[in-house]
Write a protein that binds this ligand. Structure first.
Ligand code: IPE
Ligand code: IPE
Ligand code: MG
Length: 247
């Protein structure tokens, strides 16, 4: 697969976001509109995941982070949770060969310990198999909550102080980031949320501080490659000021 921006995409490779994060939302509504079970929406959603992973790799995006399951999603009916876990396992098994072929490394953020044993086992296998891949990092946020992540990082920093490894004054924005799940990752430059909801839903609260946000009304199963590329073009046209004034 080409690692350059696909020639006909019309994107400027020098302004390509290095990290794209996605809140994949609207599977349930997609199914409801068709009088189908919510699980059918999640099944179709997996197809969109495949498309977004492929397209991102093709366009040379180095980091893609997908919000697949939140800490709050544990409050959904058991049957839906279990269907989501089955789909996740199936996805990992079916996608590992393509990830290998395309140099994609899998990574996870979230409370992985809370996932069922079989899912953890499959995750471990894919993480191990793709460990050396360097062209793109695909991060799945699983049982992820931004507040839980920050609280965990505070606990780790406090423990380091208690053990005498660091002084309270050593805790800076930069050093604190190292206690987060995303220690080795750049912050997302672009966040896309599908299905029209203008909220963050506890996603990457620390890391999204200066991220460009794009909300589309399209439901996740209906999200296309063309729309994804259009959003990337829109990102390229934005002026990112980071608190400064226009140059
Ligand atoms: C997103 O779709 C998938 C997950 C949160 C796992 P939803 O299941 O939230 O779909 P809606 O929001 O009910 O339409
Ligand atoms: C956010 O979607 C979580 C994921 C996409 C995994 P939700 O559907 O759970 O969020 P709310 O309930 O609309 O905030
Ligand atoms: Mg939702």
């Amino acid at each position: 697969m080409k690692s350059e921006v696909a020639e006909n995409s019309g994107l400027d490779p020098s302004k390509r976001p290095c990290h794209v994060a996605v809140i994949m939302d609207g599977n349930g509504r997609w199914a409801k509109k068709r009088l189908l079970n919510r699980v059918k929406g999640h099944e179709r959603g997996v197809e969109t995941v495949r498309m977004v992973v492929r397209t991102s790799r093709e366009l040379g995006i180095r980091h893609l982070t997908l919000y697949a399951f939140s800490t709050e999603n544990w409050q959904r009916p058991k049957s839906e949770i279990s269907a989501l876990m089955t789909l996740l396992r199936r996805f990992l098994v079916s996608e590992t060969p393509e990830m290998q072929e395309n140099g994609i490394r899998l990574n996870t953020i979230g409370e992985i310990d809370r996932l069922p044993g079989e899912v953890r086992q499959t995750l471990d296998q894919t993480l191990e198999a793709t460990r050396e891949n360097e062209d793109m990092c695909l991060t799945l946020a699983l049982s992820y909550g931004g507040r839980a992540e920050i609280a965990g990082a505070v606990r780790a920093a406090a423990a380091a102080v208690k053990e005498g490894k660091i002084e309270p004054g050593d805790i800076t924005e930069k050093s604190f980031s190292k206690y987060l799940y995303t220690a080795d990752m750049p912050d997302p430059e672009l966040l896309i949320r599908t299905s029209g909801e203008f909220r963050i839903s506890n996603f990457m609260l620390w890391q999204l501080a200066y991220t460009e946000i794009f909300v589309t009304p399209t439901l996740w199963p209906d999200f296309t490659r063309e729309e994804y590329i259009d959003i990337l073009k829109n990102f390229q046209d934005r002026e990112r000021r980071f608190g400064r004034i226009s140059s």
